[in-house]
Write a protein that binds this ligand. Structure first.
Ligand code: ACO
Length: 328
């Protein structure tokens, strides 16, 4: 089978209007703007209003991506949505988006890869288009983690925000080309970031509610160490696989997990922070959506120039990790 080259032909993103600032959090738990800023780099995050779900965020980002790609919903033959916070356990959130945008000719499914939802979905979409199975693929990453955040737990509630990002893929014509993807996982880390209850392993009960098991549990210090090493190793391996060097890379767009993690990874890579796209101060960690929103913002702010080598890199719950290399 002849594999086709694949292009990103449009992108879009959306974050809710409502802002939760560090000073707001100071009134809710025993924390301070100073602690949150120095430990995470986060100043504020966007949170969804009651009644808004992940598919609503995803739909807003998807419509912007379609507009930027000049592709109509009817032209889509595939929708892939990366999320850790689906509207329901089933049906898939991708099917809700399918209905909301009237993508009547598309298949639709979700990918569960926590913070790697975008790089995983992008990679699967890339392979689908590359194989000829799809000609117009909509790839979305969306999360509403604040719906599952325990606002009495200061160790987690300062970290998360909500949002969505999307791209449209087509066989390569003259757009921005996906050159390489790599995904990985380590199931021995399943308990490092987990939503313990509410599915088949521990269905909802009075006990699970009383024990606050429907909220995100996190072993932050261990995730921190894993993320620094993984981010650096993934970037080095990916550029090597593309017969490039770090000097050829114009911009790294990482999962927005913690500014200190990004700074430590930059140090490990021996590159300047100028080469790393950062927007965590505005949005916090938006899980799967973070890399997609950052990509769209980098594109809209003119950070990507024709011919630039751009590396998307993410790591997250599972544990999962992934990297994509793009020639802009
Ligand atoms: N305000 C004030 N103090 C706090 C807060 C807070 N919001 N949260 C924790 N503390 C306290 C702790 O209680 C602890 O106090 P103690 O020393 O008296 O016990 C102290 O601060 C240090 O706590 P640590 O957990 O060691 O703080 P650390 O420097 O590791 O920062 C953080 C915590 C920000 C979570 C960090 O570990 C981190 O960023 N981890 C990785 C990111 C992460 O896990 N993201 C979640 C998503 S997973 C993913 O996206 C890959």
């Amino acid at each position: 089978m002849q594999l086709q080259r694949v292009s990103i032909i449009g992108s879009g993103s959306y974050v809710p209007e409502k802002i939760l600032s560090n000073s707001d959090l100071e009134k809710m738990v025993d924390t301070s703007d100073e602690w949150i800023t120095t430990r995470t780099g986060i100043k504020e995050r966007r949170i969804v209003e009651d009644g808004v779900s992940t598919s609503d965020l995803a739909t807003r980002a998807a419509l912007k991506a379609l507009e930027s790609a000049k592709v109509s919903p009817e032209q889509l033959d595939l929708i892939i949505l990366g999320t850790a916070t689906p509207d329901n356990l089933f049906p898939s959130t991708a099917c809700y988006v399918h209905q909301k945008i009237a993508a009547v000719n598309a298949s639709a499914f979700d990918i569960s890869a926590a913070c790697c939802g975008f790089v995983y979905s992008l990679t699967v979409g890339y392979k689908m288009v590359s194989s000829g199975a799809s000609k117009n693929a909509l790839i979305i990453a969306a999360d509403a983690l604040t719906k599952l955040t325990d606002y009495t737990d200061r160790a987690t509630c300062v970290l998360f925000g909500d949002g969505a990002g999307a791209v449209v893929l087509q066989p390569h014509n003259q757009g921005h080309e996906l050159l390489y993807s790599h995904l990985g996982a380590d199931g021995s880390g399943t308990d490092l970031m987990i939503l313990p209850a509410g599915a088949s392993k521990m269905p909802a009960s009075h006990k699970t509610v009383d024990e606050r098991l429907h909220y995100i549990k996190l072993r932050g210090r261990e995730v921190f160490k894993f993320a620094v090493i993984k981010m650096a190793d993934l970037v080095i391996a990916a550029v090597k696989e593309c017969s490039l060097t770090l000097d050829d890379v114009a911009l790294i767009i990482p999962h927005q997990v913690n500014l200190r993690i990004l700074e430590s990874a930059a140090e490990r890579l021996n590159i300047s922070m100028d080469k790393i796209f950062v927007n965590i101060h505005k949005y916090g960690n938006t899980s799967a959506a973070a890399t997609a929103i950052a990509f769209d913002e980098a594109r809209n702010s003119g950070r990507l120039k024709k011919g630039d080598i751009v590396v998307l890199v993410a790591f997250g719950g599972g544990l999962t990790w992934g990297v994509n290399v793009i020639r802009w």
